[in-house]
Design a protein around this ligand. Structure first.
Ligand SMILES: NC(=O)c1ccc[n+]([C@@H]2O[C@H](COP(=O)([O-])OP(=O)(O)OC[C@H]3O[C@@H](n4cnc5c(N)ncnc54)[C@H](OP(=O)(O)O)[C@@H]3O)[C@@H](O)[C@H]2O)c1
Length: 264
C-alpha cells in the first residue's frame, strides 16, 4: 500500500512509528510519502520512517494510493483545495476531528473517494484504536484501509453520527488514562513510594488490568472479584465511588463531545 501523509505532525508520526515498529519498508509492503509546509519537518519524518519527502501535495498524490489528511482541522480547507484537483480516484482519508464527511465532500470534486478515520496515539506501539466512517470509498479501498490500519491496532467501523462520542472515549482515552496513571503514581508517592517505583507500578497495574478486562470482557466481574468485602481494594473503590470518579469521567466525555460539536 502506498500511503501519503499531508502533515508530518504528532499523529502522522505515531502512525508511521506503529507501521515501522518491527518491519523495515521492504518487508512491510507499506510505502510512505509525506508533505509538510515546513520542508525540514517532512525531511526529518522521511529520514526517521523511510518515507519519501514530497515538494507539494500534488507530488505526494502522484505517489499515493491513499492520501491521508493529517493537519489541524482549521487547515483542512486549504489542503482540500490543494489536493482535490489531483486526487483522480485515489482514496482520501481525513484524520481531522470535527470535520464531517459532508464538509470534506463539499471541498472536493464530485465523485471523490473520501472517508474519515479517528486514530489515537497508541498506534505508535501497535495498540491504536481507529474509528472508521466509510464515506465514499470503494469496497477495495476500504479493504486496503482496514488492512493498513489493522497493522497498528484495531479498526472499528461506526456510523459517522457516533464519531463524537466514540472519539471522546477512544481518541481522548490515552489522555484520560495517562491522567489516571499520573494521579495513581502521585498517590503512591504520597503513601511513601519513590517516584520511579510508583510510576512503574501504576503503569503495570493499568496495562495488566486492561489486558484482563479485554480477555474476560466484563469490568464489573473483575472489579468485584478483586474487591473482597472488608479488604483493601474494596475500601479504596468505595472512596473512588463516593468521591465521584464516575461522575468526573462522565463530565469529561460530555465536555469532549460538546467541544467536537462546537466545531473548529
Ligand atoms: N494528535 C492526536 O493524538 C490526534 C488524534 C486523533 C486525531 N488527530 C487529528 O489529526 C490531525 C493532526 O493532528 P496533530 O496532533 O498531528 O497536529 P500537528 O502536530 O499540529 O501536525 C499537523 C501538521 O500539519 C501541517 N500542515 C498544516 N497545513 C497543512 C497542509 N495544507 N498540508 C500539509 N500539512 C499541513 C502543520 O504544519 P504547520 O504547523 O506549519 O501549520 C503540522 O506540521 C488533527 O486534525 C487532529 O484532529 C490527532
Amino acid at each position: 500500500m502506498r500511503a501519503g501523509f499531508l502533515g508530518a505532525g504528532h499523529i502522522a508520526r505515531a502512525l508511521a512509528e506503529g507501521w515501522r515498529r518491527d518491519a523495515p519498508q521492504a518487508s512491510s509492503g507499506i510505502i510512505l510519502s509525506v508533505y509538510d509546509p515546513v520542508p525540514e519537518r517532512a525531511r526529518s519524518f522521511a529520514a526517521q520512517f523511510d518515507a519519501q519527502a514530497c515538494a507539494s501535495p500534488a507530488a505526494l498524490a502522484n505517489l499515493s494510493e491513499l492520501v491521508v489528511l493529517a493537519m489541524r482541522p482549521t487547515d483542512v480547507p486549504a489542503a482540500l483545495a490543494a489536493v482535490g484537483p489531483v486526487l483522480e480516484g485515489r482514496a482520501l482519508l481525513s484524520l481531522a476531528a470535527a470535520v464531517p464527511l459532508d464538509e470534506l465532500r463539499a471541498g472536493l470534486p464530485d465523485g471523490a473517494c473520501v472517508a474519515r478515520l479517528m486514530p489515537n496515539v497508541a498506534a505508535a506501539v501497535g495498540r491504536g484504536v481507529f474509528l472508521l466512517a466509510a464515506g465514499t470509498l470503494t469496497a477495495a479501498q476500504l479493504d486496503s484501509v482496514r488492512d493498513l490500519f489493522g497493522l497498528a491496532g484495531t479498526v472499528v467501523e461506526i456510523p459517522e453520527g457516533l464519531f463524537d462520542p466514540a472519539t471522546a472515549v477512544a481518541g481522548c482515552g490515552p489522555g484520560f488514562t495517562a491522567l489516571f496513571i499520573e494521579a495513581l503514581a502521585e498517590a503512591g508517592v504520597e503513601a511513601g513510594l519513590d517516584e520511579a517505583l510508583a510510576r512503574e507500578l501504576a503503569v503495570a497495574g493499568v496495562a495488566g488490568s486492561a489486558a484482563l478486562v479485554a480477555r474476560d470482557g466484563d469490568p464489573v466481574a473483575i472489579r468485584t472479584s478483586v474487591a473482597t468485602p472488608g479488604g483493601m481494594t474494596a475500601e479504596g473503590v468505595e472512596v473512588l465511588e463516593n468521591r465521584g470518579l464516575r461522575a468526573a469521567l462522565a463530565a469529561a466525555v460530555a465536555a469532549a463531545v460538546e467541544r467536537a460539536r462546537r466545531g473548529r
